[in-house]
Ligand binder design. Structure first.
Ligand SMILES: *Cc1c(COP(=O)(O)O)cnc(C)c1O
Length: 410
């Protein structure tokens, strides 16, 4: 992101300048009490974030990756297992699966929500797995391993369709760990529970990241696990702290994966603005939607009635996305691609043996997605300017024939 960016992809400076006094106070308090690890500041944040997520427990950890890894381990994922997730996520999701000792296996996504397709999940478990006689759990024919868990990712802040996922998981004896690292404050309407539920409150446990660019971001690295299960919360408190509940009495080996006090203080100071920040993101998404209604050749985010996205990212689809991205860069408009190469085609996962064509929807979206500027202080004028630039590009650059494929998918 360069200084000449007229409209940046993300502005992380303004919100911190606004809160500078409070954030400095957090540091001052830490210096004066020498409280750097744990203590009441961490506990205070954990209590309030649990309340925000409408769960009983929150355990602060070092990062979103730690949160996923600890949640999987605490949920019983063991070396030798397999864990199902989607190919179109940040690699941290599958790194955590591998670090818990398991192998990632992928199931393709829904073309509209870009999230785990529950029908494909069901079909995979039905037709590509056998049943383990002792545990009743599915055994992947692909890997010969027991599938212990599934990790739906609430990508871009849009909740995955959890009712069917939870139902399938229950019938196949799978643990559900939500990757809510992009979905702080997103809501899902559960027809089964007949109420709105927060992302991070529906699975056995959920992982949040407070990487600076997330909807709630630290000024450094941080993450958290949320859960309604007291046992899981207790286990994660031990795992994050070298396997000890009492200093130097280790019940198991754990990790150095604590949330530090200064970051917890920053997060606590920023938490009261998360809900209003999300509201502004939703307003910006509505403005985008409104302005795009006249544009041909753009697929805007799907907004199902059962979801209120936290709009961590606002992602459109367009053919020849690189050309549009360059055009916007030249006009001083920042964009991003989340993510250009699906995980099953990454070099890091060559040994898993997947091939191009295995997950056609994730592959198609990876070629067409483009993330536009989205943050709470983005103005209506900014959004209008971004959309007008895209319309200018489409008018000038795109032959009518290129629209056909995209329109057919709408
Ligand atoms: C950010 C992110 C993570 C990892 O979080 P870190 O705090 O960077 O470790 C995991 N999954 C998804 C989907 C993310 O966006």
């Amino acid at each position: 992101m360069t200084a000449k960016m007229k409209i940046p992809f993300l502005d992380l400076v303004a919100p911190h300048l606004e809160l500078e006094g409070e954030l400095m106070e957090v540091c001052r308090n830490a210096f004066r009490t020498a409280g750097f690890i744990g203590g009441p500041v961490v506990e205070g944040f954990e209590r309030d974030f649990a309340q925000f997520c409408e769960v009983k427990h929150c355990v602060g950890v070092g990062s979103g990756t730690d949160a996923l890894r600890f949640a999987l381990t605490a949920a019983g994922v063991q070396p030798g297992d397999s864990v199902i997730t989607v190919p179109n996520t940040f690699i941290a999701t599958t790194e955590a699966i591998s670090q818990a000792g398991a192998l990632p296996e992928f199931v393709d996504i829904d073309e509209r929500t870009y999230n785990l397709d529950s029908e494909k999940l069901c079909k995979y478990l039905d037709t590509e797995c056998d049943t383990d006689e002792n545990t009743g759990r599915p055994v992947s024919r692909r890997t010969g391993r027991i599938i212990r868990a599934v990790v739906p990712v609430h990508l871009y802040g849009q909740p995955a369709n959890m009712d069917p996922i939870l139902e399938i998981a229950e019938s196949y004896n799978l643990v559900v760990v939500e990757d809510a690292c992009q979905a702080h404050g997103a809501d899902y309407f559960s027809s089964k529970s007949r109420r709105w539920m927060k992302a991070g409150s529906m699975g056995y446990a959920a992982a949040f990241s407070f990487y600076p660019g997330k909807n709630l971001g630290a000024c450094g690295e941080a993450g958290a696990v949320t859960t309604n299960d007291a046992e899981i919360a207790k286990k994660i408190r031990m795992i994050r702290d070298h396997g000890q509940a009492k200093k130097y009495y280790h019940d198991m080996e754990g990790y150095n994966g604590r949330l530090d006090t200064i970051q917890a203080g920053f997060l606590h100071a920023k938490l009261p603005r998360l809900a209003s920040g999300n509201t502004k993101r939703r307003q910006n998404a509505e403005t985008y939607q409104e302005c795009f209604s006249a544009a041909k050749g753009i697929v805007t985010p799907f907004a199902p009635t059962w979801a209120r996205s936290a709009y961590h990212l606002y992602v459109i689809r367009v053919k020849q996305r690189e050309k549009l991205q360059q055009f916007l860069t030249d006009r001083g408009i920042g964009t991003g691609i989340h993510y250009p190469i699906p995980l099953h085609l990454q070099n890091a996962y060559r040994s898993l043996g997947y091939r191009e064509g295995d997950f056609p929807v994730a592959e198609m979206t990876s070629r067409e997605i483009l993330s536009l500027p989205m943050f709470p202080t983005l103005t209506r004028g900014d959004v209008e300017c971004v959309v007008q630039s895209i319309i200018d590009y489409l008018d000038a650059e795109v032959p009518e024939s290129d629209y056909a494929g995209l329109l057919a998918q709408r």
